[in-house]
Design a binder for this molecule. Sequence first.
Ligand code: LRH
Ligand code: MN
Length: 442
Amino acid sequence: MFHQPTEETRIKKIIMMDINNQIQEFNHKNRAAHTFRFQYISELLSQKGIDVQAIIQKIIDFQIAIPSWALGTGGTRFGRFPGGGEPRSLEEKIEDIGLLHQLNRSSDSISLHIPWDIPRDPAAVKSQLQSQGLKIDSVNSNTFQDQPDQPFSYKFGSLCHTDAAVRQQAIDHNIACIEHGKALDSKVLTVWLADGSNFPGQQHFRRSWQRTADSLASIYQAMPHDWTMLIEYKPYEPNFYSMVIPDWGSSYSLCQHLGKNAQVLVDLGHHLPNTNIEQIVARLMHFGRLGGFHFNGSMYGDDDLTTGSIKPYQFFLIFNELVDAMSDPAVKNPPLAWMIDASHNVKDPLEDLMQSVQNILSTYAKALLVDRVALAAAQENNDVLAAEELLRDVFATDTRALVAEASRQAGGAMDPIGVYRSLEIRKQLIENRGKKSVATGL
Ligand code: LRH
Ligand code: MN
């Protein structure tokens, strides 16, 4: 049994994230219920000739990057409702993500946003990352806000701006982001531009595209040859008449223009209502230009809600296209960047992120269960109902015990949120950081 540490060290120990004993104790207490559920799904799948351990290994290998800008309560257009204990620095953000990774063993990397999370002491950040089994996946540039000491404003855009001096300022910022990334062994620059217009006539569509393409080319040339540029599209907000990069086609055309190290980033919330996102995903995989995802859930717009919380069947269909393409040797698409991009208002940010990771892994697991030979046969024979029912049957399969088992085998918690709550970690974070601590970001 554990010795009783002093109050201060107990809080620090929890926050310095060594909760392995509590996780193993919690798994042990819930072993019987898990064994029953896991044996049931294993039996069901083995009868279909599915190698269950191979599925579990794929789930274990599926690591999701956590956004450094989504560890606080971002707020709505109208208000912000902080829950307390928010990380006050990059170091505390890394502590929080380290905690997530200890709990679910599926969150081994961080997406950084510059300048919200400039690594002041890269060496210290690197050793902290190492000590917590984490790494930096991508650095995100930000030319959608004016910084206090900035010479030129991005009010009328950044890389597309009519004034070359403003474009150069934005290019320099992106190159500075690459330098921050290099200091932390990242190899990915993510570019999302708020550039666009609010009124007809305000912006020349062809000139603004060309200026953006030329500006991105300057950044692309500054990127080390083993880096990737992810170009994220968005149909509207903050501009509401046009965005310079509103859709996958615009991002794809820029990637074609730049070179093989430029890929399209699909943020699930960046689509007009009723967009067939799974078809876009299949198309980009077919072209070998899908770079990765910003996972989140949305009902209407860029709502940045918990992943899979609003349209779970569409989310499954997206993963079905991904697994279909990833298991087709004819598809030459580079490894994908799996990242969450969300903001939190009414849920504990860490619980919301753990819930997103659970939903992503259980949906990925479903897509791994699809009998692709039978599906192809039904599709080639135009047996519509058989094809549809094959997918619906898999979608109706409860894969949560597979995700719990994968976490257990990887040394994590079978029920990460259960452990987080039973240890009252948010209460500990509030005691240590205060009720009013505010995180940078969304
Ligand atoms: C834009 C976006 C982009 C980030 C920002 C935090 O809506 O999805 O990925 O830079 O959110
Ligand atoms: Mn995004």
